[in-house]
Design a protein around this ligand. Structure first.
Ligand code: NAD
Ligand code: UDP
Length: 349
């Protein structure tokens, strides 16, 4: 039953967001590993709205059912609890391989498991792509450039990674995942895509995942000091998650097999970023006691091997995908702040 507010009712029990009707010939069967996580759940939303069939495989290490609960029971959607370190058999035509913890505290919590997820998980998903002839997209990271000596970073830069430091499990894991991807392409003719994603933020980031955007927003909303690791002169370039999802879907469906940077070129020092977030939260938040007036910013010891600067060169994405970010960082931040506030009001965080 089509309801007037754009929702569709399939049973007397549940309402689902409306999805486009695609003919079977145009409908892909798409596997999204890590689809219950922050980026994955936004990608799933978009693929579902486009009318595709989506299968999410996730072990819920950092993701939650809540991120995809609005699709559970929908005829085009399937949620499978599974760890990609173990093989998984299914018939699909596209694979977006995202499964991997992404925030430093999460990927450093069990570094060996992070390496296993990147190595064995990627081998398993590439094996699946080989058997089913599915197109395979790896979500790699700007972290493969390490603490870069080239700025901004182009895809041709080979990187500067400490192979034995605390970030190595993630950085080297993703580097070998890229190596595996291109080995399967050359050796087994697997049709591959590699996205090198730069820092991304938005609604559904876990408030406890320790990344800078969620930390600063939650700290500001709680009136607690914003914690800067080091002197705050290190830089990052932040993209809003909806821009990333545009880029991932374009990359999957275009004919370009080399790695592509996906990120916003608006570069901030972490100190400036702390001020930006604090000012935005203060300007838009009132508490029971009235408008918020001030929140402290405090410096803590630097994190080991923290990259000093990071900014993508997105010439390749512009040229081959016709992609560039459409959201200004401040707009994305405001929507993210509003989402965190809503979660607080609903008692979800
Ligand atoms: P996230 O932690 O929110 O999501 C990762 C998802 O993978 C979670 O749902 C988690 O439960 C799942 N997962 C982890 N290990 C798994 C395993 N062994 N088996 C099955 N599922 C597993 O992180 P995110 O920010 O959504 O990142 C998604 C992908 O994008 C990751 O591959 C990450 O490396 C990449 N990436 C993200 C960013 C960013 O800024 N968000 C930047 C660069 C790259
Ligand atoms: N950072 C910070 N305070 C925090 C969390 C992070 O100063 O509470 C810094 C961190 O040291 C890094 C930058 O912010 O320089 C981005 O950190 P994040 O963990 O979000 O992502 P990274 O790019 O390091 O993977």
């Amino acid at each position: 039953v089509m309801l007037k507010d754009g929702m569709v009712q399939y049973t007397s029990q549940r309402l689902y967001p409306n999805v486009r009707h695609l003919s079977p010939a145009k409908r892909e069967r798409i596997l999204v590993t890590g689809g219950a996580g922050f980026v994955g759940s936004h990608l799933v939303d978009r693929l579902m709205w486009m009318g595709h069939e989506v299968i999410v495989v996730d072990n819920f290490f950092t993701g939650t059912k809540r991120n995809v609960q609005h699709w559970i029971g929908h005829p085009n959607f399937e949620l499978v609890t599974h760890d990609v370190v173990d093989p998984y058999m299914i018939e699909v035509s596209q694979i977006y391989h995202l499964a991997c913890p992404a925030s430093p505290p999460h990927y450093q919590y069990n570094p060996t498991k992070t390496v296993k997820t990147s190595v064995m998980g990627t081998i398993n998903m590439l094996g699946l792509a080989k058997r089913t002839k599915a197109r395979f997209l790896l979500t790699s990271t700007s972290e493969i450039y390490g603490d870069p000596e080239e700025h901004p970073q182009k895809e041709t830069y080979w990187g500067h990674v400490n192979p034995i430091g605390p970030r190595a499990c993630y950085d080297e894991g993703k580097r070998i995942a890229e190596t595996l991807t291109y080995s399967y392409m050359r050796q087994n003719d697997v049709d591959v895509r590699v996205a090198r994603i730069f820092n991304t933020f938005g609604p559904r980031m876990s408030p406890t995942d320790g990344r800078v955007v969620s930390n600063f927003i939650m700290q500001a909303l709680r009136g607690q000091p914003l914690t800067i690791y080091g002197d705050g002169h290190q830089t990052r370039s932040f993209q809003y998650v909806h821009d990333l999802v545009d880029g991932l879907i374009l990359l999957m469906n275009k004919n370009y097999t080399e790695p592509v940077n996906l990120g916003n070129t608006e570069e901030y020092t972490i100190l400036d970023f702390a001020h930006t977030i604090r000012d935005q939260v203060l300007a838009t938040t009132t508490t029971a006691a009235g408008p918020m007036t001030d929140v402290e910013i405090k410096l803590l010891p630097a994190a080991m091997d923290d990259p000093r600067k990071r900014k993508p060169d997105i010439t390749r994405a512009k040229k081959y995908l016709g992609w560039e970010p459409r959201f200004a960082v401040k707009q994305g931040i405001q929507e993210t702040v509003d989402w965190f506030k809503l979660q607080q009001m609903e008692g979800a965080i």
